[in-house]
Design a protein around this ligand. Structure first.
Ligand code: ARG
Length: 457
């Protein structure tokens, strides 16, 4: 493509280090779409003839059919997807092919293709997250009243409802949706026509190509347009944060599926067995989602470090932008799908959860609150009295409500039999009806709002 200036061809090492075709062939659909939009615009602006444009478009469509059927050929001499397609076009249609690259450079071409690819990845993440949210909301609705221990420090803290716990992940997914949507809006400007770095002297119509490719408008600065990879970083930031959420849910599934907890039975379809221990059912999918989060964060770090010291405009370092984005996207899409399957297919063992809530002194705060309200005892003193009651119950190996009134009154004479109604786990969750609290009535409200938001009703 640039033989005119060179006396010798590239060494084997140069060819190998330079070639991006092994990975950027993934951009072939975007590359062909952008080339078609470009040449149609060149014809509309009388920069190429209609006949040449038609020949080029037919040729590009033939190439798309070939790639679809046989894959993209990998010839390192042709470096990347842009030159691979242009070389094939020249074979197919002859000299007219040489007019396609008028008023464009690979710098604006790759920036455009990559934006189109990342925009699709954002749309895939958004579709996956919508499915995950629907699964969470459905299960939360089923378990608006199921009681489980809520934890801090992974120590039993206060009873919560299972529906409330699942809706916490709905909120995280909602923020992920907002991040991807926001990133998509920022991405949606078209670099095509920025050419190598300075724009072009040809009388092109950038609005036309932007519109043809579904962008809101052309980018406003050619130097920025060819050297900007913020859209890829925005995607990776959103992906990394989303993967942290998925990883936390995965970690809970791993803990809950363990025998001492026994809160959940994982679906067989997302578990594996052991080659030696016949009893085993391992939560491998959840563990891999937890593992993948580390790799996705690594992809984000990789591209941030690639970009940090680059002068304007394009530098070849930027060719390294694609592998981390491609890797993160496939890991993220799989992780979202795996967690959706787990939420859909998990059997929540509400009996075990309830038992754990009862045996963990989860209603101790309710006893303290009762002392404040009914006996007008300052909270700090109530806390102390309750601590003594927990100590006694723990020593006897029983739940708080199994202590007799005599035993409780021996700790503090102001306690009377009404206290028992505050000590049940049901009373505890029902009492927490502040906005966003765990009370079943509140959870049902949040579930109803979410179902409406997701168009489920
Ligand atoms: N393969 C290149 C990349 O992915 C395309 C742009 C090449 N531009 C250049 N000036 N060498 O970044």
């Amino acid at each position: 493509m640039w033989g005119g200036r060179f006396a010798e061809g590239p060494s084997a090492i140069m060819r190998e280090i330079n070639a991006s075709i092994p990975f950027d062939k993934a951009l072939w659909r975007q590359d062909i779409a952008a080339s078609k939009a470009h040449v149609a615009m060149l014809a509309a602006c009388d920069i190429v003839t209609d006949a040449d444009a038609e020949t080029i478009i037919d040729g590009l469509e033939t190439i798309a059919g070939e790639y679809e059927a046989n894959g993209v050929p990998e010839d390192w001499d042709l470096e990347d997807i842009h030159m691979t397609t242009e070389a094939r076009l020249a074979e197919l249609v002859g000299p007219a092919a040489g007019r396609l690259h008028t008023a464009r450079s690979r710098n604006d071409q790759v920036a455009t293709d990559f934006r189109l690819w990342v925009r699709d990845a954002m749309d895939q993440a958004l579709a996956g997250l919508a499915a995950l949210q629907r699964a969470l909301v459905t299960r939360a609705g089923e378990h608006a009243e199921s009681i489980m221990p809520g934890f801090t420090h992974l120590q039993t803290a206060q009873p919560v409802t299972m529906g409330h716990h699942l809706m916490a992940y709905y909120e995280m997914a909602a923020r992920d949706v907002s991040r991807f949507s926001d990133a998509r809006r920022r991405l949606n400007q078209c670099p095509l026509g920025s050419a190598a770095l300075a724009g072009t002297g040809f009388p092109i119509d950038r609005e036309m190509t932007a519109q043809a490719l579904g962008f809101a408008k052309p980018t406003d600065n050619s130097l920025d347009a060819v050297s900007d990879r913020d859209f890829a970083l925005d995607y990776l930031q959103a992906a990394a944060q989303c993967s942290l959420h998925l990883s936390r849910l995965a970690e809970e599934m791993v803990i809950w599926a363990s025998q001492p907890f026994g809160f959940v039975r994982m679906p067989d379809t997302l578990s594996t067995g052991s080659s030696i221990m016949p009893q085993k059912k391992n939560p491998d999918a959840a563990e891999l989602v937890r593992g993948h989060a580390g790799r996705i964060v690594g992809c984000l770090t990789s591209l941030m470090v690639t970009m940090k010291g680059l002068p304007l405009a394009y530098s070849k370092d930027m060719q390294d932008d694609k592998p981390p984005v491609f890797e993160a996207a496939s890991l993220l899409n799989l992780s979202i799908a795996a967690m959706t399957g787990m939420v859909d297919g998990a059997t929540f063992r509400t009996d075990r959860m309830r038992q754990a809530a009862e045996l963990g002194y989860a209603t101790a705060t309710d006893l303290a609150d009762w002392l404040v309200r009914q006996a007008d005892i300052p909270f700090r003193e109530a806390h102390h009295i309750t601590g003594a009651a927990v100590k006694l119950a723990e020593g006897k190996g029983v739940a708080l409500e199994a202590l007799t009134l005599d035993e409780l009154q021996a700790i503090d004479s102001r306690i009377d039999e009404r206290v028992y109604s505050a000590l049940s786990v049901e009373a505890s969750v029902a009492a927490r009806a502040s906005h966003g609290g765990t009370a079943p009535a509140e959870v049902r409200k949040r579930v109803a709002e979410a179902r409406q938001h997701l168009g489920m009703d």
